[in-house]
Structure formats: C-alpha cells, structure tokens
Write a protein that binds this ligand. Structure first.
Ligand SMILES: [Zn+2]
Ligand SMILES: [Zn+2]
Length: 238
C-alpha cells in the first residue's frame, strides 16, 4: 500500500504484494470463478510468470476457487473484499483454512461486517455467516501492488457504504464488485444502501475511466465502461 509518508514495503509480511515492483511490466492475468447460490464472481488476480495472487471476494462454496489457486500453484498474498455482503465473504473461513494467515483487506466502513450477520445480511438469508476480523482497512485512494502490477483503490459506495473498485490502469481493468453490472447496477434496497451515492460513484468515478476499460463485476458477465456509458438503462452517462 502506497500512502504518502509510509515506506512502501515497511511491513512485507503484511503487504499484499510479494516482490517490489521492478523491471518491465508483465501482463496481468485474471481468472473468474462463479460461486454459490448467488452466482458471485470471485477473481484470482496474478501477474504472468509470478506465483503470487490476490483473491478478490470469497463467495459461498469456495472449493472451486481454492482448487484453481492450488492447480496453478499460486500463493495468495491477500484476500481483498470489494464489499462485505455475505455472498462475497461466506467462503472466507474456508479460504483462510486452506491458506492460513492470508491478510484480508476491506474498506473501513465495513470493518465490523465480517463478524456481524445482520450487517453482512446473512441473517436475512437464514444462515448466519461470520468471518474473522479483517487485517487491513482501506479508505480509497491507496495504490496496492501485486508483483509489480499496480491497482488503485476507489471508494465506490452506494450498494454498500464500503464498496471499493480496484483499477489497473495499465491493464485497462476495473474490478467493481456490486457497484456496476452489465446493463445493470447494484441493488439499493438493503439496509446500508444509498441509491444517490451509487449513481454518484458510477457517474463520477467509474464513468471517468477510459471507455475501453474492462469491467469485472460481482455478478453476471463482464462489460466495459464504454458499453455501460452508452447502454446502461439505470445510469446513462450524464
Ligand atoms: Zn453486495
Ligand atoms: Zn453480491
């Protein structure tokens, strides 16, 4: 995490990247795994030629996610949560059992949600979900590094107060959680949702990204910023 005044690799044991950035950038590779009854898209992010990875979200029934990490002989450097609704955290315990001590990152506004079935909405589904406390809190504005790839953290609230988007400018890729979907947007009828904030996050942050930017959402097929600006029925470009 690079924040002003903080040495970039002061705490390598808790840093989500495995090596300092060096040499020419290598391509980023992202595998999508769709998990559980809510068909949550979870992502395995890595850099070609490196064995570190990030796990973005851990949905219900995460075995396939763990198996893909294992099949590629990857070592998770971090689990980064786009937000802490239960369909994005229900598999966290199993992932952490498979890869103990992997640090978990979440936005500060949802720091208590992992341990609270009402906040993470699992109470309403009938089977309470809890997960260990996060190790690191995000505010938005940080840049995280994985094996030389750089990811900006945008705070994109609305669907939930601590929703984040991870943007890799070099790879023209944004992992957006449940903020923006292919021709749709995140629900705003849950406790903690803010419909006006969601529209603002999409208009002022996501639609500011280059149109060619790949959008990898928390549910459903991928899209691009340009396609959504032109065709999203809920949030047309202003
Ligand atoms: Zn959600
Ligand atoms: Zn979701």
């Amino acid at each position: 995490m690079s924040v002003p005044g903080t040495p970039r690799h002061a705490d390598p044991a808790h840093h989500p990247s495995s090596f300092p950035a060096s040499g020419p950038a290598r391509p980023v590779a992202i595998d999508s795994v769709t998990l559980g009854p809510f068909a949550t898209n979870c992502y395995i992010v890595r850099v070609e030629g490196s064995k570190g990875c990030w796990i973005i979200d851990a949905g219900y029934e995460p075995r396939e996610l763990i198996e893909q990490v294992r099949a590629r002989s990857l070592t998770p450097r971090a689990v980064i949560l786009t937000h802490a609704h239960c369909d994005h955290i229900a598999g966290l315990r199993e992932v952490l059992a498979a890869y103990p001590k992997t640090p978990v990152w979440v936005h500060r506004a949802e720091r208590d949600w992992l341990a609270d079935p009402e906040l993470n909405l699992s109470t309403f589904i009938g089977v309470p979900v809890t997960a260990p406390k996060p190790d690191h809190l995000l505010d938005g504005g940080e840049t995280l590094e994985l094996d030389g790839s750089r990811w900006r953290v945008l705070h994109t609230p609305g669907h939930s107060p601590g929703g984040i988007t991870l943007v890799n400018d070099a790879a023209h890729t944004a992992i957006v959680g449940d903020t923006l979907f292919n021709r749709s947007i995140g629900r705003t009828d849950f406790p903690g949702c803010d419909a006006a904030a969601l529209v603002r996050s999409i208009r002022t942050q996501l639609y500011n990204l280059p149109p060619r930017t790949r959008v990898l959402p928390g549910h459903g097929p991928e899209t691009t910023i340009g396609e959504e600006m032109g065709g999203n029925p809920f949030v047309p470009a202003a």
